[in-house]
Design a protein around this ligand. Sequence first.
Ligand SMILES: [Ca+2]
Ligand SMILES: [Ca+2]
Ligand SMILES: [Ca+2]
Length: 516
Amino acid sequence: MKAKQYIAIAATAATVLVGSVSSSPGRPPDAVAPEPVTGLAAAGVGDLNRIQLSWNAAVDNVAPDIYRVYGSTDPRFRPGKRTLLGESALTGLRVDGLGTHQTWYFKVVALDTWGNESDASVRVTATTGDTIRYEGEDLALVRSNTGVVTPNPMRGYTGVWSDHGQVFVQARGTTDFADLALDLPAAGTYEVRTSFTRAPDYGQATLAVDGHLLGSPVDAYIPSGVEKTDDLALAPIPMAKGTHVVTLAPAGRNSASKGFQIGVDYVDLKLTGAAPEDRTAPGPIADPVAAPVEGSSTLRVTWTPAADDVLVTGYEVYGSTTAGFEPSTATLLDTVPGARFDHGGLPLRQNWFYRVRAVDGAGHRGPLSAEFGGISGDSLTVEGETMTQIATTAAFAIQNNCCSQAFSGGRQLRFIATKEGDTAELEFTVGMDGSYTVATTSLYARDYGTVQFAIDGVPVGAPVDLYSAPYKLEPVSHGTLDLAAGAHRLTMTIVGRNTASPGFQVSLDKLTLTLG
Ligand SMILES: [Ca+2]
Ligand SMILES: [Ca+2]
Ligand SMILES: [Ca+2]
């Protein structure tokens, strides 16, 4: 029994709850102890490391109560300091750190505000399993270049999901991805199991852990409705304790599919063996590439993950605009969890040189890769929601993904115009002189108006009628324009509305400037 762990848990809970058990001024002393807790239940089947306890609220003359949870692997245990596992002000507690295939025994004691203790409840028992379930909808988003919705219950299909839904990645192509964090409480060799969602606009889903692609892409297209794949066993992998990154990305799509989206209900980690001790440094990375991401100036740096005794935990990416540079803290661009680094915010057509190495959970570093490089792209993307607002005759609002659309950067700028003639002026900056093709991407909606865009006071392109009954998100090209390096003004002027539209508002997801 690893008693230290449990004392740590108990100490944390007690610290939080000290305030609620202190005496209440103005109340008469209370000498009546709560009645023993009833309805105590323990559930742990299948769950590695933890057991969920629940019970009924204790009967007492003065509320509120708190509850102390005692437990042991010894069925003859008595409630006391050494067997205190935690406290809760609620009628339940999840106790962690309980190990694999361990049978535990529990009792609960109720306390009132004056510290009067009830007798202990009856004893209950439960056994831990070997699997940790991470609900897709509970995984924290680390980074993504598209919309990610959690939880996504998919109305009308609620019975399909484990817990309260799925994580939904609104991928629009094979360069879109979502990185999600998974916190592993103990090192080990784990088999990764998951279930992907299938729908008519879903792509070929892949799942990677720390950049290691597990299994083959799963075609998640079905002609109609929504369903899930069976539980898919992907691969056993040795993993260090701590934070890992699950990457969801489409490898392509079925020719019949309308999209590249991915949905994941859960990720299960089933412990199949102990983790080998982390004795060796990671090997070299392989096949590094730095390639521009279409429609942006971003350079995407990718490589094949390094081999190691335990899965590597991250990669250090060094970079410079000077060939033959020295990797150092000054040239460390980022430490990333997976085998990909998006080098964004770059000037157009700039030469970059990189070196990458792997790092493991024990702090070992792999060898630095040879230098490799790439040239940043031709397109400057200016997000509508991040443009400086200079002047306006109506309100602005920044709107998150809506209307089944994935905005660039996850947000768009709404210009809530109320009449013809309303104008909004925004500022953007260009890094270099050049001839640029100008395009804007806006939402089309059933209450949107017609807008004329202008740059530095000169209209570009024709008015754009943003009325559409089904929502859509589309770029509109406005032709080519010479722009000098420096700040410029983008003006949106409402010039009317479609006869079918009741409103005048418009939006700007992004402005794209592509060097000719
Ligand atoms: Ca779920
Ligand atoms: Ca290692
Ligand atoms: Ca945007």
